[in-house]
Ligand binder design. Structure first.
Ligand code: AMP
Ligand code: MG
Length: 487
């Protein structure tokens, strides 16, 4: 339903749909499918303030109608985006099967963000799906994406979760919900792959210019902007994955449709933070071969970047061989850049500011010990920072004690603790606490644990005066932690 009423005219919505000026192959304009009885269960006031939107004068009914897509204020034209992607290595034509972007909001600071409803009903790209989402996975996305934001990791954010008052049918009937997601943009590696598959080079050139204008205006007039674009996307993605490695985050479904051009973490389906360190940590119930395991994330993003560069080949040079040569050279620089940034991140985790060749050995020795003993990842670094909660038995191990003595001799600067405190979180979304909070919300309809966890995770680097359960090493469970794609 389009709503022309006054309620929405003063809340600060400042939406454009510049994406719909691109060639039509890239999107479909359509309205959300209304839901029975929407009720807002989480609202991110801090984020709405940053977006320049003020919901406080809306009645709770108007608010829920807006955030569920039941009421679309006049002047707004939602659209679903088309894209493709390699899912676990297999190429598929996809698209927003259950999401609609309602527009691009200009913020008071002059930034532009897509505002998107996830779970808003079927679209031309739904394939066999129902276009809907369940409450648990949407709350999970809200919680983890906000935790990532406060960990200073590029990410899409979450503005709200609305229960729809309808059931969605998965293995069992579940409460339906719609998440409002906010992103720098939703252009994915797979958006370029989609145009390459359709051999629509004209549209690809227009999409490239669109992305450059929106994200990398500094290369607009560059003579080799395609290569510069690949380099910038690569740089953003390297920064992103290095950050994931820093906090022990396992995304779980790094398909090329889940890698964005602007390098934000997107699609919090089967993701998890590892407790015990394991290079091979994998949580997703469908990742049988560990393709997207913790330690495979750098190689995976490299693979995804090759798929992006391949798609862009026709824009690099008319001569195919020449294009390939140029692209190859850019992509070949990945490992060196990644390694450099990863080493730098690891040195910061250890409070080392200057650089010495021996550091590589120091880092390697620590990780080798961690792989064999499997201590808590987060708390290993908290132990080095002398945090009270990180005194696990594991850290009395002789090899670790010797390593720690060497390390202490190496960190000869006075500032090492300050650097470590900015790099090593004390609080991460512990899997069992996330599950407890989601279960309480889904089953009992109570949000106290969820809201408490949100507050705690908004200051992950601070030694807060809170219950130790949030920071101490969780008990090892008999069954390994498993996550599921949030469909
Ligand atoms: P994801 O694994 O969340 O990245 O989703 C992969 C693709 O499946 C995307 O194109 C989604 O839009 C689509 N999809 C996921 N769940 C549904 C659903 N319930 N109905 C329609 N499309 C869906
Ligand atoms: Mg996805």
């Amino acid at each position: 339903m389009i709503n022309h009423n006054e309620s929405f005219s003063n809340i600060g919505l400042n939406l454009k749909a510049t994406y719909t000026q691109l060639p039509e192959i890239l999107f479909s304009k359509l309205m959300p499918i209304s839901v029975k009885d929407p009720k807002t269960v989480v609202l991110n006031n801090e984020l709405s303030f940053e977006l320049g939107i003020n919901f406080s004068d809306l009645s709770s009914k108007d608010l829920s109608n807006f955030l569920s897509g039941n009421t679309i204020p006049s002047g707004i034209g939602p659209f679903a985006q088309a894209y493709a992607g390699h899912q676990f290595g297999n190429f598929t034509i996809l698209g927003d099967g259950r999401a609609l972007t309602i527009g691009e909001q200009s913020t008071p600071k002059g930034e532009i963000y897509d505002i998107q409803f996830k779970g808003s009903g079927r679209t031309p790209y739904s394939r066999g799906g129902d276009g809907r989402a369940a409450l648990g996975p949407m709350l999970r996305e809200y919680l983890i994406s906000e935790a990532m934001f406060h960990l200073n990791i590029p990410t899409t954010r979450s503005l709200a979760v609305v229960e729809t008052g309808e059931k969605v049918f998965r293995e069992t009937p579940l409460k339906g919900a719609i998440l409002t997601r906010v992103a720098a943009s939703h252009v994915r590696f797979g958006t370029f792959q989609f145009l390459a598959a359709h051999k629509d080079i004209d549209a690809m050139s227009k999409l490239l210019d669109y992305c450059i204008k929106r994200h990398f205006p500094e290369i607009l007039d560059s003579s080799n902007k395609v290569i510069k674009f690949i380099e910038l996307v690569m740089s953003k993605q390297i920064d992103l994955i290095v950050n994931w490695m820093r906090v022990g985050f396992v995304h779980g479904v790094m398909n090329t449709d889940n890698s964005t051009i602007y390098g934000e973490t997107i699609d919090y389906g089967p993701c998890a933070f590892m407790d015990q360190y394991d290079h091979k940590a994998v949580f997703s119930s469908i990742d049988f071969k560990g393709r997207y395991a913790y330690g495979n994330q750098p190689a995976t993003i490299h693979w995804n970047l090759i798929r992006l560069a391949e798609s862009l080949l026709p824009l690099i040079d008319k001569d195919e061989t020449k294009s390939l040569e140029i692209a190859q050279k850019t992509i070949d620089s990945f490992s060196e850049i990644f390694n450099e940034k990863w080493q730098m991140m690891m040195r910061s985790k250890l409070g080392i500011t200057d650089r010495s060749r021996e550091d590589e050995v120091l880092i390697k020795d620590l990780l080798t010990w961690m792989q064999s003993k499997k201590p808590d990842f987060t708390n290993t670094f908290c132990n080095l920072m002398d945090s009270n909660h990180a005194k696990d038995e594991d850290f009395e191990d002789n090899d670790f004690v010797i390593w720690k003595k060497n390390w202490k001799e190496r960190v000869n600067n006075n500032d090492y603790l300050n650097i470590m405190k900015k790099t090593n979180p004390i609080l991460i979304p512990r899997n069992y606490l996330v599950e407890e909070a989601l279960a309480e919300a889904e089953i009992e309809g109570k949000f106290s644990k969820f809201n408490e966890l949100l507050v705690v995770l908004s200051k992950p680097y601070e030694q807060l005066d809170i219950d130790e359960k949030y920071s101490k090493t969780p008990q090892i469970q008999a069954e390994p932690y498993k996550t599921f794609c949030g469909t």
